[in-house]
Write a protein that binds this ligand. Sequence first.
Ligand SMILES: Nc1ncnc2c1ncn2[C@@H]1O[C@H](COP(=O)(O)OP(=O)(O)OP(=O)(O)O)[C@@H](O)[C@H]1O
Ligand SMILES: [Mg+2]
Length: 236
Amino acid sequence: MVELAGVTKTYGDVAALRGADLVIRRGELLAIVGPSGSGKSTMLNIMGTLDRPSEGRVRIDGHDVAGLSDRELSALRAGTIGFVFQQFHLAFGVPALDSVADGLLYSGRPRAERRRLAEQALRRVGLGHRLHHEPHQLSGGEKQRVAIARAVLGDPPLLLADEPTGALDSRSGAIVIELLNELHEAGTTVVVITHDRDIAARLPREVRLKDGRIEHDSAGAGAAPSRSLVPEEAAR
Ligand SMILES: Nc1ncnc2c1ncn2[C@@H]1O[C@H](COP(=O)(O)OP(=O)(O)OP(=O)(O)O)[C@@H](O)[C@H]1O
Ligand SMILES: [Mg+2]
């Protein structure tokens, strides 16, 4: 689903990522952990094609990102990738249902259908009883679940979540993680950044970043490129 090969990202004289190699198979659920500033969000943004690497190769769902035009990239994002960002992006005064439905604004679907799908997504995250609540009437955990509903709206095969539990108490955090687990069980590939060691330890795979490098990968590939996956890639 995702392949990073020798991915480096520099911002001026800051090297946010240095030669990252990572293969994520379809249907995996994995945590990205590491200290603040270690490059986690940078890596997720590159996986999400929101940012291009300074060096290295990025393949998402079989597409070499470097070869895609901006238009093709937008199409890849719209059809394949759902994001839950580190900061909430819920507009003030907008009810949950509209916040989620707006995620389909450019999908070409009629308004009634956008709202029907939004309602479905909100029910999926357990917020069927909060459809008309505005952000200030929702708890932090509920807001985060609205953000997830928006991210899973078109049922994207790849879900990228940046600290979805960062601002939550442990109970709300557990609900969000349970939700990500359910999506994973339904077949979605889920990549979640977390500061929470307990959460990371309970997920099937953990990738640890330090100073822009992959310091550890519980899948066993470590910082080395996972050669075993190359023949399968070539066979596709
Ligand atoms: N647009 C940018 N311009 C300059 N430097 C940047 C930019 N974005 C990130 N950086 C730097 O790159 C490094 C990695 O940032 P990144 O946001 O990926 O860290 P992170 O691991 O997500 O940290 P946190 O846990 O605090 O969210 C940091 O030192 C940061 O200051
Ligand atoms: Mg970050």
